[in-house]
Design a protein around this ligand. Sequence first.
Ligand code: CP3
Length: 354
Amino acid sequence: MSELKNDRYLRALAKQPVDKTPVWMMRQAGRYLPEYRATRSQAGDFMSLCKNAELACEVTLQPLRRYPLDAAILFSDILTIPDAMGLGLYFETGEGPKFERPVSSYADVAKIAIPDPEDELGYVMNAVRTIRRELKGEVPLIGFSGSPWTLATYMVEGGSSKTFGKIKKMAFAEPKTLHLLLDKLADSVTSYLNAQVKAGAQSLMIFDSWGGVLSPRDYEEFSLRYMHKIVDGLIRENDGRKVPVTLFTKSGGQWIEKIAATGCDAIGLDWTIDIADAKRRVGDKVALQGNMDPSMLHASPERIREEVASILAGFGHGTGHVFNLGHGITPDVDPEHAGAFINAVHELSAQYHK
Ligand SMILES: Cc1c2[nH]c(c1CCC(=O)O)Cc1[nH]c(c(CCC(=O)O)c1C)Cc1[nH]c(c(CCC(=O)O)c1C)Cc1[nH]c(c(C)c1CCC(=O)O)C2
Protein backbone atom coordinates (compact mmCIF):
# COMPACT_ATOMS: atom_id res chain seq x y z
CA MET A 1 0.00 0.00 0.00
CA SER A 2 1.46 3.36 -0.97
CA GLU A 3 1.44 5.83 1.92
CA LEU A 4 -0.33 9.17 1.67
CA LYS A 5 0.99 12.22 3.52
CA ASN A 6 -2.50 13.70 3.75
CA ASP A 7 -5.38 11.20 3.67
CA ARG A 8 -8.03 13.41 5.29
CA TYR A 9 -10.19 13.27 2.18
CA LEU A 10 -10.22 9.45 2.00
CA ARG A 11 -10.72 9.19 5.76
CA ALA A 12 -13.76 11.49 5.67
CA LEU A 13 -15.27 9.46 2.81
CA ALA A 14 -14.77 6.29 4.88
CA LYS A 15 -16.29 8.10 7.90
CA GLN A 16 -13.08 7.70 9.88
CA PRO A 17 -12.06 10.48 12.30
CA VAL A 18 -10.22 13.51 10.87
CA ASP A 19 -8.53 16.56 12.43
CA LYS A 20 -10.17 19.05 10.04
CA THR A 21 -12.84 18.83 7.34
CA PRO A 22 -11.11 18.10 4.00
CA VAL A 23 -11.78 20.46 1.09
CA TRP A 24 -11.31 20.56 -2.67
CA MET A 25 -13.11 22.51 -5.41
CA MET A 26 -14.89 21.20 -8.48
CA ARG A 27 -13.03 22.63 -11.53
CA GLN A 28 -10.14 23.66 -9.28
CA ALA A 29 -7.81 23.57 -12.30
CA GLY A 30 -9.26 26.13 -14.65
CA ARG A 31 -9.46 29.55 -16.19
CA TYR A 32 -9.77 31.54 -12.93
CA LEU A 33 -6.02 30.79 -12.47
CA PRO A 34 -3.59 32.87 -14.59
CA GLU A 35 -1.09 29.97 -14.58
CA TYR A 36 -3.79 27.73 -16.10
CA ARG A 37 -4.45 30.26 -18.85
CA ALA A 38 -0.72 30.38 -19.60
CA THR A 39 -0.35 26.58 -19.87
CA ARG A 40 -3.56 26.35 -21.87
CA SER A 41 -2.30 28.86 -24.46
CA GLN A 42 0.97 26.92 -24.65
CA ALA A 43 -1.03 23.74 -25.44
CA GLY A 44 -3.26 25.42 -28.02
CA ASP A 45 -6.81 24.18 -27.62
CA PHE A 46 -8.42 22.52 -24.62
CA MET A 47 -8.35 18.94 -25.97
CA SER A 48 -4.63 19.26 -26.82
CA LEU A 49 -4.09 20.16 -23.16
CA CYS A 50 -6.04 17.05 -22.08
CA LYS A 51 -4.06 14.85 -24.49
CA ASN A 52 -0.62 16.01 -23.33
CA ALA A 53 0.16 14.06 -20.11
CA GLU A 54 2.89 16.46 -18.94
CA LEU A 55 0.74 19.57 -19.40
CA ALA A 56 -2.40 17.90 -17.99
CA CYS A 57 -0.29 16.99 -14.95
CA GLU A 58 1.02 20.56 -14.70
CA VAL A 59 -2.48 22.10 -14.59
CA THR A 60 -3.68 19.43 -12.14
CA LEU A 61 -0.91 20.46 -9.72
CA GLN A 62 -1.27 24.25 -10.15
CA PRO A 63 -4.12 24.74 -7.63
CA LEU A 64 -2.27 22.50 -5.13
CA ARG A 65 0.76 24.78 -5.24
CA ARG A 66 -1.41 27.77 -4.37
CA TYR A 67 -3.77 26.27 -1.78
CA PRO A 68 -3.64 23.54 0.92
CA LEU A 69 -6.22 21.40 -0.91
CA ASP A 70 -6.90 17.88 0.41
CA ALA A 71 -7.31 16.20 -2.99
CA ALA A 72 -6.19 16.52 -6.61
CA ILE A 73 -8.57 15.82 -9.50
CA LEU A 74 -7.43 14.46 -12.83
CA PHE A 75 -7.39 17.17 -15.47
CA SER A 76 -9.56 15.93 -18.30
CA ASP A 77 -13.18 16.25 -19.37
CA ILE A 78 -16.32 14.13 -19.19
CA LEU A 79 -16.67 14.30 -22.99
CA THR A 80 -13.59 12.13 -23.68
CA ILE A 81 -15.82 9.03 -23.92
CA PRO A 82 -18.18 10.35 -26.64
CA ASP A 83 -15.10 11.69 -28.45
CA ALA A 84 -13.53 8.19 -28.33
CA MET A 85 -16.84 6.81 -29.67
CA GLY A 86 -16.16 8.80 -32.84
CA LEU A 87 -18.52 11.78 -32.45
CA GLY A 88 -15.83 14.39 -33.14
CA LEU A 89 -15.65 16.67 -30.08
CA TYR A 90 -14.62 20.28 -30.58
CA PHE A 91 -14.86 23.49 -28.58
CA GLU A 92 -16.24 26.66 -30.15
CA THR A 93 -14.90 29.66 -28.21
CA GLY A 94 -17.54 31.03 -25.88
CA GLU A 95 -20.06 28.35 -26.82
CA GLY A 96 -18.82 25.29 -24.98
CA PRO A 97 -18.47 21.75 -26.31
CA LYS A 98 -19.90 20.59 -29.66
CA PHE A 99 -20.01 17.34 -31.64
CA GLU A 100 -19.49 17.07 -35.40
CA ARG A 101 -21.56 13.87 -35.58
CA PRO A 102 -24.37 13.86 -32.98
CA VAL A 103 -26.46 10.74 -32.42
CA SER A 104 -30.06 10.84 -33.62
CA SER A 105 -31.28 7.38 -34.66
CA TYR A 106 -31.26 3.74 -33.58
CA ALA A 107 -28.82 3.02 -36.43
CA ASP A 108 -26.42 5.69 -35.10
CA VAL A 109 -26.51 4.12 -31.63
CA ALA A 110 -26.15 0.55 -32.94
CA LYS A 111 -22.88 1.55 -34.68
CA ILE A 112 -21.27 2.84 -31.46
CA ALA A 113 -18.49 0.64 -30.06
CA ILE A 114 -17.31 0.65 -26.43
CA PRO A 115 -13.92 2.41 -26.35
CA ASP A 116 -10.88 0.53 -25.07
CA PRO A 117 -9.64 2.71 -22.19
CA GLU A 118 -5.97 1.83 -22.76
CA ASP A 119 -6.23 2.47 -26.49
CA GLU A 120 -8.52 5.31 -27.63
CA LEU A 121 -8.48 6.75 -24.09
CA GLY A 122 -4.87 5.84 -23.39
CA TYR A 123 -3.97 9.54 -23.12
CA VAL A 124 -6.20 9.80 -20.03
CA MET A 125 -4.49 6.81 -18.39
CA ASN A 126 -1.08 8.33 -19.20
CA ALA A 127 -2.19 11.54 -17.48
CA VAL A 128 -3.33 9.57 -14.40
CA ARG A 129 0.01 7.73 -14.18
CA THR A 130 1.99 10.95 -14.64
CA ILE A 131 -0.04 12.85 -12.03
CA ARG A 132 0.25 10.02 -9.48
CA ARG A 133 4.02 10.00 -9.95
CA GLU A 134 4.32 13.79 -9.59
CA LEU A 135 1.95 14.03 -6.60
CA LYS A 136 4.50 12.00 -4.63
CA GLY A 137 1.86 10.85 -2.16
CA GLU A 138 0.96 14.39 -1.00
CA VAL A 139 -2.83 14.00 -1.45
CA PRO A 140 -5.11 11.43 -3.12
CA LEU A 141 -6.00 11.67 -6.82
CA ILE A 142 -9.65 11.68 -7.86
CA GLY A 143 -10.59 10.08 -11.20
CA PHE A 144 -13.95 10.86 -12.81
CA SER A 145 -16.45 10.38 -15.58
CA GLY A 146 -19.79 11.81 -16.65
CA SER A 147 -22.96 9.82 -15.94
CA PRO A 148 -24.50 7.98 -18.91
CA TRP A 149 -27.51 10.37 -18.94
CA THR A 150 -25.32 13.50 -18.85
CA LEU A 151 -23.03 12.17 -21.61
CA ALA A 152 -26.07 11.20 -23.68
CA THR A 153 -27.47 14.75 -23.43
CA TYR A 154 -24.35 16.14 -25.14
CA MET A 155 -24.26 13.30 -27.70
CA VAL A 156 -27.90 13.69 -28.76
CA GLU A 157 -28.19 17.49 -28.46
CA GLY A 158 -24.83 17.91 -30.25
CA GLY A 159 -23.57 20.16 -27.46
CA SER A 160 -24.86 22.09 -24.45
CA SER A 161 -28.60 22.63 -24.22
CA LYS A 162 -31.08 24.66 -22.21
CA THR A 163 -34.26 22.75 -23.04
CA PHE A 164 -33.00 19.18 -23.68
CA GLY A 165 -35.62 18.95 -26.42
CA LYS A 166 -33.88 16.35 -28.58
CA ILE A 167 -32.90 13.94 -25.84
CA LYS A 168 -36.31 14.16 -24.16
CA LYS A 169 -37.97 13.46 -27.50
CA MET A 170 -35.75 10.37 -27.81
CA ALA A 171 -36.51 9.35 -24.18
CA PHE A 172 -40.26 9.56 -24.59
CA ALA A 173 -40.79 8.69 -28.28
CA GLU A 174 -37.89 6.25 -28.88
CA PRO A 175 -37.02 4.88 -25.43
CA LYS A 176 -35.40 1.75 -26.90
CA THR A 177 -32.86 3.86 -28.77
CA LEU A 178 -31.96 5.87 -25.67
CA HIS A 179 -31.75 2.78 -23.45
CA LEU A 180 -29.34 1.13 -25.89
CA LEU A 181 -27.19 4.28 -25.83
CA LEU A 182 -27.30 4.53 -22.00
CA ASP A 183 -26.40 0.86 -21.70
CA LYS A 184 -23.36 1.26 -23.95
CA LEU A 185 -22.36 4.36 -22.02
CA ALA A 186 -22.67 2.55 -18.67
CA ASP A 187 -20.36 -0.21 -19.92
CA SER A 188 -17.93 2.36 -21.32
CA VAL A 189 -17.90 4.39 -18.09
CA THR A 190 -17.35 1.26 -15.97
CA SER A 191 -14.33 0.10 -17.95
CA TYR A 192 -12.99 3.69 -18.20
CA LEU A 193 -13.20 4.26 -14.42
CA ASN A 194 -11.73 0.84 -13.62
CA ALA A 195 -8.81 1.63 -15.95
CA GLN A 196 -8.32 4.95 -14.10
CA VAL A 197 -8.14 3.01 -10.81
CA LYS A 198 -5.58 0.59 -12.27
CA ALA A 199 -3.58 3.59 -13.52
CA GLY A 200 -3.59 5.14 -10.02
CA ALA A 201 -6.85 7.00 -9.27
CA GLN A 202 -7.59 6.62 -5.52
CA SER A 203 -11.20 7.82 -5.53
CA LEU A 204 -13.88 8.18 -8.21
CA MET A 205 -16.58 10.71 -8.91
CA ILE A 206 -19.45 10.55 -11.40
CA PHE A 207 -20.79 13.89 -12.63
CA ASP A 208 -24.50 13.74 -13.39
CA SER A 209 -24.75 17.41 -14.26
CA TRP A 210 -28.14 17.12 -15.97
CA GLY A 211 -30.04 14.41 -14.03
CA GLY A 212 -31.96 17.21 -12.31
CA VAL A 213 -33.84 18.15 -15.50
CA LEU A 214 -35.85 14.89 -15.29
CA SER A 215 -39.04 14.05 -13.42
CA PRO A 216 -38.55 11.75 -10.40
CA ARG A 217 -39.68 8.68 -12.35
CA ASP A 218 -37.62 9.52 -15.41
CA TYR A 219 -34.57 10.25 -13.24
CA GLU A 220 -34.75 6.68 -11.95
CA GLU A 221 -35.32 5.20 -15.38
CA PHE A 222 -32.80 7.19 -17.45
CA SER A 223 -30.13 8.31 -15.02
CA LEU A 224 -30.00 6.61 -11.62
CA ARG A 225 -30.46 3.08 -12.93
CA TYR A 226 -27.32 3.39 -15.08
CA MET A 227 -25.23 4.97 -12.33
CA HIS A 228 -26.29 2.07 -10.11
CA LYS A 229 -25.12 -0.37 -12.77
CA ILE A 230 -21.74 1.41 -12.89
CA VAL A 231 -21.36 1.37 -9.08
CA ASP A 232 -22.01 -2.39 -9.15
CA GLY A 233 -19.21 -2.88 -11.71
CA LEU A 234 -16.47 -0.74 -10.18
CA ILE A 235 -13.26 -1.88 -8.51
CA ARG A 236 -13.89 -0.81 -4.90
CA GLU A 237 -10.53 -1.66 -3.39
CA ASN A 238 -7.01 -1.24 -4.75
CA ASP A 239 -3.50 -1.20 -3.32
CA GLY A 240 -4.82 -2.12 0.15
CA ARG A 241 -7.26 0.77 0.35
CA LYS A 242 -10.94 1.37 -0.42
CA VAL A 243 -11.61 3.29 -3.62
CA PRO A 244 -14.64 5.41 -2.70
CA VAL A 245 -17.17 6.51 -5.29
CA THR A 246 -19.09 9.81 -5.11
CA LEU A 247 -22.25 10.40 -7.14
CA PHE A 248 -23.14 14.01 -7.92
CA THR A 249 -26.53 14.75 -9.45
CA LYS A 250 -26.85 18.51 -9.87
CA SER A 251 -30.32 19.57 -8.56
CA GLY A 252 -30.75 16.02 -7.22
CA GLY A 253 -31.41 16.98 -3.58
CA GLN A 254 -34.89 15.52 -3.56
CA TRP A 255 -33.57 12.05 -4.49
CA ILE A 256 -30.68 11.53 -2.06
CA GLU A 257 -32.25 8.46 -0.38
CA LYS A 258 -32.44 6.78 -3.78
CA ILE A 259 -28.90 7.84 -4.65
CA ALA A 260 -27.60 6.45 -1.32
CA ALA A 261 -29.32 3.13 -2.07
CA THR A 262 -27.03 2.55 -5.10
CA GLY A 263 -24.25 1.58 -2.68
CA CYS A 264 -22.09 4.63 -3.45
CA ASP A 265 -19.82 5.92 -0.66
CA ALA A 266 -20.73 9.59 -0.90
CA ILE A 267 -23.24 11.99 -2.44
CA GLY A 268 -22.23 15.32 -3.96
CA LEU A 269 -24.68 18.07 -3.05
CA ASP A 270 -25.36 21.34 -4.83
CA TRP A 271 -26.32 24.41 -2.78
CA THR A 272 -30.09 24.08 -3.15
CA ILE A 273 -30.30 21.57 -0.29
CA ASP A 274 -29.55 22.26 3.38
CA ILE A 275 -26.67 19.99 4.38
CA ALA A 276 -28.22 19.46 7.83
CA ASP A 277 -31.34 18.10 6.13
CA ALA A 278 -29.22 15.86 3.86
CA LYS A 279 -27.31 14.53 6.87
CA ARG A 280 -30.56 13.69 8.69
CA ARG A 281 -31.88 11.85 5.66
CA VAL A 282 -28.84 9.82 4.53
CA GLY A 283 -25.96 10.60 6.89
CA ASP A 284 -25.96 7.12 8.44
CA LYS A 285 -25.43 5.53 5.00
CA VAL A 286 -23.10 7.77 3.03
CA ALA A 287 -20.64 10.63 3.35
CA LEU A 288 -21.63 14.05 1.96
CA GLN A 289 -19.71 16.38 -0.30
CA GLY A 290 -20.53 20.07 -0.71
CA ASN A 291 -22.15 22.51 -0.80
CA MET A 292 -21.40 26.22 -1.00
CA ASP A 293 -22.88 28.17 -3.90
CA PRO A 294 -19.85 28.88 -6.15
CA SER A 295 -21.17 32.41 -6.71
CA MET A 296 -20.50 33.09 -3.02
CA LEU A 297 -16.81 33.29 -4.03
CA HIS A 298 -17.62 36.76 -5.41
CA ALA A 299 -18.52 37.96 -1.91
CA SER A 300 -15.97 39.45 0.50
CA PRO A 301 -13.62 37.03 2.30
CA GLU A 302 -15.56 37.82 5.52
CA ARG A 303 -18.87 36.85 3.91
CA ILE A 304 -17.28 33.68 2.46
CA ARG A 305 -16.08 32.76 5.97
CA GLU A 306 -19.58 33.26 7.38
CA GLU A 307 -21.04 30.99 4.72
CA VAL A 308 -18.42 28.30 5.38
CA ALA A 309 -19.18 28.56 9.13
CA SER A 310 -22.89 28.07 8.54
CA ILE A 311 -22.39 24.99 6.33
CA LEU A 312 -19.97 23.48 8.88
CA ALA A 313 -22.50 24.13 11.66
CA GLY A 314 -25.22 22.53 9.51
CA PHE A 315 -23.22 19.33 9.17
CA GLY A 316 -22.23 19.55 12.84
CA HIS A 317 -19.86 17.34 14.76
CA GLY A 318 -18.09 14.29 13.43
CA THR A 319 -16.66 12.94 10.22
CA GLY A 320 -18.29 12.11 6.86
CA HIS A 321 -18.13 15.58 5.30
CA VAL A 322 -15.94 16.62 2.37
CA PHE A 323 -16.27 20.37 1.87
CA ASN A 324 -16.69 21.57 -1.71
CA LEU A 325 -18.60 24.03 -3.84
CA GLY A 326 -22.03 22.95 -5.03
CA HIS A 327 -20.80 23.14 -8.65
CA GLY A 328 -17.64 24.18 -10.50
CA ILE A 329 -15.71 27.37 -9.74
CA THR A 330 -16.28 29.93 -12.53
CA PRO A 331 -13.56 31.69 -14.60
CA ASP A 332 -14.35 35.13 -13.13
CA VAL A 333 -13.49 34.25 -9.51
CA ASP A 334 -10.58 36.07 -7.80
CA PRO A 335 -8.01 33.40 -6.83
CA GLU A 336 -7.57 35.12 -3.45
CA HIS A 337 -11.21 34.52 -2.63
CA ALA A 338 -10.78 30.81 -3.43
CA GLY A 339 -7.87 30.82 -0.97
CA ALA A 340 -10.01 32.50 1.70
CA PHE A 341 -12.64 29.78 1.19
CA ILE A 342 -10.17 26.91 1.60
CA ASN A 343 -8.48 28.43 4.66
CA ALA A 344 -11.85 29.11 6.28
CA VAL A 345 -12.82 25.43 5.95
CA HIS A 346 -9.63 24.26 7.65
CA GLU A 347 -9.64 26.91 10.37
CA LEU A 348 -13.30 26.77 11.31
CA SER A 349 -13.76 22.99 11.10
CA ALA A 350 -11.23 21.80 13.71
CA GLN A 351 -13.74 22.46 16.53
CA TYR A 352 -16.13 19.89 15.02
CA HIS A 353 -13.54 17.10 15.19
CA LYS A 354 -12.54 17.27 18.86
C1 CP3 B 1 -20.76 19.07 -17.98
C2 CP3 B 1 -19.28 18.86 -17.81
C3 CP3 B 1 -18.28 19.08 -18.81
N1 CP3 B 1 -17.05 18.78 -18.22
C4 CP3 B 1 -17.23 18.40 -16.92
C5 CP3 B 1 -18.62 18.41 -16.65
C6 CP3 B 1 -19.26 17.94 -15.37
C7 CP3 B 1 -19.17 18.93 -14.29
C8 CP3 B 1 -20.09 20.10 -14.44
O1 CP3 B 1 -21.32 19.89 -14.33
O2 CP3 B 1 -19.58 21.20 -14.62
C9 CP3 B 1 -16.23 17.92 -15.95
C10 CP3 B 1 -14.88 18.52 -15.93
N2 CP3 B 1 -14.32 19.38 -16.83
C11 CP3 B 1 -13.05 19.70 -16.44
C12 CP3 B 1 -12.75 18.96 -15.27
C13 CP3 B 1 -11.34 18.96 -14.69
C14 CP3 B 1 -11.07 18.71 -13.32
C15 CP3 B 1 -11.39 19.82 -12.33
O3 CP3 B 1 -10.53 20.70 -12.12
O4 CP3 B 1 -12.47 19.75 -11.69
C16 CP3 B 1 -13.90 18.25 -14.93
C17 CP3 B 1 -14.15 17.35 -13.73
C18 CP3 B 1 -12.11 20.60 -17.10
C19 CP3 B 1 -12.63 21.58 -18.08
N3 CP3 B 1 -13.55 21.34 -19.07
C20 CP3 B 1 -13.71 22.48 -19.80
C21 CP3 B 1 -12.86 23.50 -19.27
C22 CP3 B 1 -12.69 24.90 -19.85
C23 CP3 B 1 -11.87 24.75 -21.08
C24 CP3 B 1 -10.99 25.92 -21.39
O5 CP3 B 1 -9.85 25.95 -20.88
O6 CP3 B 1 -11.42 26.75 -22.17
C25 CP3 B 1 -12.17 22.94 -18.20
C26 CP3 B 1 -11.11 23.58 -17.34
C27 CP3 B 1 -14.59 22.57 -21.00
C28 CP3 B 1 -15.97 22.11 -20.80
N4 CP3 B 1 -16.37 20.80 -20.72
C29 CP3 B 1 -17.73 20.74 -20.51
C30 CP3 B 1 -18.22 22.07 -20.48
C31 CP3 B 1 -19.67 22.47 -20.28
C32 CP3 B 1 -17.11 22.92 -20.65
C33 CP3 B 1 -17.10 24.43 -20.57
C34 CP3 B 1 -16.97 25.08 -21.87
C35 CP3 B 1 -16.59 26.54 -21.67
O7 CP3 B 1 -16.89 27.13 -20.62
O8 CP3 B 1 -15.96 27.07 -22.59
C36 CP3 B 1 -18.48 19.50 -20.24
